[in-house]
Design a protein around this ligand. Structure first.
Ligand code: GTP
Ligand code: MG
Length: 554
């Protein structure tokens, strides 16, 4: 991702502070040197996982404790970086301490202890707290090997700060870049998510030494904002089966069907989180869903988690979205703006339902960028990436989902000739979907063209990795109409703006202009040149639409 690239570039710039001892860091930094802008997704994941293994999270009295903590940690190991953050309104203070090696963390944990209290579960993990000491600690020598940051690194830009920043921009395109840069997930946010994953992995490591918990979704695909949730897939044995082994492990057989067995296993993991793991709270088991998940809140890292034990297709899907976002600098700001627009006007909603999800919305943006925009497309089809795949790109999940496509996009030699501004792309996006023939067409990123709908559904977006499935099956006709109406509205607002008023540019499309019980009316010409009138009636004093009168053709 862009921020990782920058971070690594900075690291190279500040080489004297870093010791590139690990192979991964060396390999990554070389890649970044050779290629200014792209690190393959799986290398980023490896790098972040390794960084989490070298880190601990420590609750402290206040940000000022960092000196004492630094002294202590540096007397045990070699501290590379310390990052402070807070959680809550009456803030609890935490510091992430990154060491030079995993051995340092082992040494720190060996010297750590439990409260002398029989009322606690004596779990050992990388999550600790720093006890006040009466003993005088050696005075802090400002170590050149460590970078200490006592800013609250977990702070999100407030809505009013965003408005302020955006209102000062000179153009809509600048606003979109500013929105992206000021709200995207930062380095600390990423570290906290990988530490959260590491906690789960560690918890099962005694029985499952090859277990891995992979973050996927917006935490890693390049479209995550500060505070986004963490999607995790826990794999109990993420290792290739050795065909030539002579000694085999005794293992229990699955009880019942694969689904029932997996639900029981997840229940046990849910209990583990709830009973034993520090910081894991509000554990909810949603085991009847198509993909059973456990939702919980990790209060020490301030992260909402969705844990599943399904196959790796979600991780490969994240890789695909990451690749698409890395192909052109305009893609992530465009996706951020459209996700923000949809959230501000209530098209998306954090609870699941018949509304469009952020994931579907992202695919809609990518599908739009694959079509010629003023005769030049920006993104290639997935089929193009599949054709260019090399043997090392070949992945098949255990249930037969083929996730083979080119991972290293530096091999894709034809950058787009499309040079349209972000503003143009935004308006074109709204125009495109306000006129799209959703009734008979499905979006298909594999082929970059709209195909005939395979089955009746309001919105059909072919799942790029499982072509028989529709990722937006949940979307109702009302919600799709609302999306179309709002897209038309947004295009109209952006195109008709002449002067900068207080809330100009993208701020004007984020405004929810609907008043209680008001009816929004407008008309547009459909593809047959006929006038279509659309109106929406809202429930009194709320933003809840109660009636749609769309497509009254005159
Ligand atoms: P936010 O969490 O809203 O920031 O976005 P997100 O991209 O993380 O979406 P979400 O948490 O809903 O889903 C996480 C990931 O799961 C997505 O990025 C997809 O890879 C995958 N996913 C979500 N919904 C579907 C679906 O309907 N079908 C399939 N196959 N995968 C899905
Ligand atoms: Mg998510």
């Amino acid at each position: 991702s862009v921020f990782l690239t920058c971070r690594l570039k900075n690291s190279i710039g500040r080489k004297k502070f870093f010791n590139f001892s690990s192979d991964i860091v060396r390999q990554l930094s070389q890649q970044v040197k050779q290629n200014e802008s792209f690190v393959p997704f799986m290398d980023v994941i490896k790098f972040r996982r390794e960084e989490a293994r070298r880190s601990i999270l420590v609750q402290v009295q206040s940000a000022q404790s960092f000196k004492e903590l630094h002294s202590y940690c540096n007397s045990v190991g070699n501290v590379r970086q310390m990052l402070h953050y807070t959680v809550g309104v009456e803030p609890l203070n935490f510091i992430v301490v990154e060491f030079a090696s995993e051995k340092d963390v082992t040494n720190v944990l060996e010297r750590s202890s439990y409260l002398e209290d029989s009322q606690v579960v004596p779990v050992q993990s990388q999550f600790l707290w720093f006890r006040a000491s009466n003993r005088k600690l050696p005075k802090l020598k400002q170590s050149k090997s460590a970078i200490l940051s006592i800013e609250n690194g977990n702070q999100c830009v407030t809505p009013s700060e965003i408005v302020n920043l955006l209102s000062k921009c000179d153009s809509v395109s600048e606003q979109m870049n500013v929105l992206y840069n000021s709200t995207k997930l930062n380095d600390l946010g990423t570290r906290l998510r990988f530490l959260t994953a590491r906690q789960v992995e560690n918890a099962v490591r005694g029985m499952f030494p090859k277990a891995k918990a992979y973050p996927f979704g917006s935490s890693v695909n390049g479209y995550g904002k500060m505070g986004c949730d963490l999607d995790l897939v826990l794999r109990l044995c993420d290792d290739k089966v050795k065909n030539d082994a002579r000694l085999m492990f005794h293992c229990k057989g699955l009880v019942g069907s694969e689904r029932t067995a997996s639900q029981r296993n997840m229940e046990a993991i849910g209990d583990l989180l709830q009973l034993f793991l520090p910081g894991c709270s509000q554990v909810r088991r949603i085991l009847q869903a198509r993909v059973p998940i456990i939702k919980y809140y990790q209060q020490l890292t301030d992260v909402e988690c969705d844990l599943s034990m399904a196959n790796m297709s979600g991780v490969h899907m994240s890789d695909f979205l990451y690749i698409m976002g890395s192909l052109d600098a305009r893609i992530r700001p465009l996706v951020f703006t459209i996700r923000k627009w949809a959230s501000e006007i209530g098209l998306t909603n954090s609870s699941p339902g018949r509304w469009i999800t952020n994931f579907s919305l992202t695919l809609l943006v990518l599908a739009f960028l694959q079509k010629p925009i003023n005769s030049k497309p920006i993104l290639p089809s997935l089929n193009t990436l599949v054709k260019l795949a090399e043997p090392k790109d070949s992945y098949m999940t255990e249930d037969g989902i083929n996730c083979t496509f080119l991972r290293d996009i530096t091999k894709l030699k034809t950058p787009t000739e499309n040079k349209e501004s972000l503003e143009t792309l935004l308006v074109e996006f709204f125009e495109f979907y306000s006129q799209f023939d959703f009734a008979s067409k499905a979006l298909c990123l594999n082929e970059s063209v709209a195909i005939t709908k395979p089955e009746h559904c309001a919105l059909y977006i072919v799942n790029p990795l499982e072509r028989g499935l529709n990722v937006s099956k949940n979307v109702s006709m009302e919600e799709l109409d609302r999306f179309r109406v709002e897209a038309r509205n947004a295009a109209w607002i952006l195109e008709s703006q002449e002067n900068k008023n207080e809330n100009w540019g993208i701020l004007s499309i984020f405004e929810n202009k609907r008043k209680a019980s008001s009816v929004v009316n407008f008309a547009f010409a459909n593809k047959h040149g006929r006038l279509v009138e659309v109106s929406t009636l809202f429930e009194e004093n709320t933003d809840k639409p109660v009636e749609y009168k769309n497509a009254s053709v005159k």
